[in-house]
Design a binder for this molecule. Structure first.
Ligand SMILES: *[C@@H]1O[C@H](CO)[C@@H](O)[C@H](O)[C@H]1NC(C)=O
Ligand SMILES: *[C@@H]1O[C@H](CO)[C@@H](O)[C@H](O)[C@H]1NC(C)=O
Ligand SMILES: *[C@@H]1O[C@H](CO)[C@@H](O)[C@H](O)[C@H]1NC(C)=O
Length: 326
């Protein structure tokens, strides 16, 4: 029997990523990375992860949070993006609801988070170094007016499983199952700085998108980190009637920083895994059999954060929260 189980082990597909759902933790105008301490921040965010999230959080978040909305219960990191709004013909706005990835159970809203080793299918041979406590980074910029980053994309969802057919800007036609916003973060670190003034220069982006192996890290940023990616599913179906769309035929969705093209798409990451949990996962050659602790969907959904910025974000709004500032 021994040879049989060995043979089975050899043909078992190798999994080189951890993929998990995180329910919505909070939707409010806070941004501890780009605008630390500022109450409120310029535009609205949807945030998932640990409940240590606040405007001025610092230090070892893995030791400060007491619950997380993520399926892996040792992950107290925070992950956030801007929020999608529908802009009606009369100029009012309504928030687009989020829905969870089909593969990950009935979490409330939120996003899917990935940490890859080499690429989607292969662990590779390179050592993948975990982020350190206090580490933070962003990808993309709300002021960007053109595409070109292979890691920042949209997919027009025909159904919940549609993948591929990525675009740099918002889909131009109604998407039956909504719009997926995709954010791949850079994977090369300078080995020294937990952050940098623009929250990007301590990282170097060699990401090719679509969960391919990121290109080799340059000498300036030699340390290969996990490739982090987010997928956020926006349920646009209540807005898909084209008679509600602008009369000139343009698409009606805007990011919460008032971007109707979509090129300003960006994501924020604040590391907060407990202890060496992420490093242990990245060191295991089959991430299927990693030793990470999990929690139930009900437990993840239960973790919540009090909203400290009290302003309307739902219903028909005359203007975007904070008037869509950048
Ligand atoms: C925010 O979190 C930090 C720890 O990261 C804590 O020291 C601070 O008291 C918190 N601030 C508020 C307003 O809760
Ligand atoms: C604006 O348009 C939306 C969508 O058509 C509608 O539901 C809402 O009532 C309108 N608001 C006003 C003030 O006309
Ligand atoms: C998307 O929104 C529609 C309309 O509000 C709703 O009927 C449907 O259940 C939602 N789908 C998911 C997957 O949440």
């Amino acid at each position: 029997m021994k040879w049989l189980s060995l043979a089975l082990a050899l043909v078992a597909p190798s999994q080189a990523y951890i993929r998990f759902g995180c329910a919505t933790l909070s939707v409010q105008r806070l941004d501890p990375v780009v605008e630390p301490g500022r109450l409120p921040s310029a535009h609205l965010h949807q945030i998932v992860g640990g409940n240590a999230f606040n405007a001025s959080m610092t230090g070892d978040i893995g030791e400060k949070a007491t619950c997380t909305t993520c399926s892996f219960s040792e992950d107290f990191s925070n992950y956030w993006t801007a929020v999608l709004y529908f802009k009606a013909r009369n100029g009012t706005y309504k928030r687009v609801p989020q829905y969870p990835n089909a593969l990950l159970g009935s979490l409330t809203g939120g996003m899917t988070v990935y940490y890859l080793q080499q690429d989607f299918n292969s662990n590779g041979k390179t050592k993948i170094t975990s982020f350190k406590p206090g580490f933070r980074m962003t990808v993309g910029s709300p002021t960007s007016t053109k595409g070109g980053n292979p890691g920042l994309k949209y997919t027009c969802l025909k159904d919940i499983m549609t993948r591929g057919s990525e675009t740099d800007d918002f889909p131009k036609q109604p998407c039956a199952a909504g719009i997926m916003a995709i954010h791949h973060f850079p994977a090369c670190w300078d080995g020294k700085n937990l952050d940098s003034p623009n929250h990007q220069d301590h990282m170097y982006n060699t990401v090719k998108g679509m969960f391919q192996n990121a290109g080799p890290c340059p000498a300036s940023h030699p340390v290969r980190m996990p490739q982090v990616a987010y997928e956020t599913m926006w349920n646009t179906t209540q807005f898909n009637d084209k008679s509600l769309w602008p009369a000139d035929g343009s698409q009606p969705f805007v990011w919460s920083f008032d971007d109707s093209k979509g090129y300003g798409t960006h994501g924020d990451y604040l590391f907060g895994w407990k202890g060496d949990a992420l490093q242990r996962a990245m060191d295991s050659t089959s991430l299927v059999s990693n030793n990470l602790k999990t929690q139930s969907v009900a437990e993840a959904n239960k973790c919540a954060l009090k909203t400290t910025i009290n302003e309307p974000i739902d219903g028909w709004l005359d203007k975007l929260p904070g008037a869509g500032g950048m």
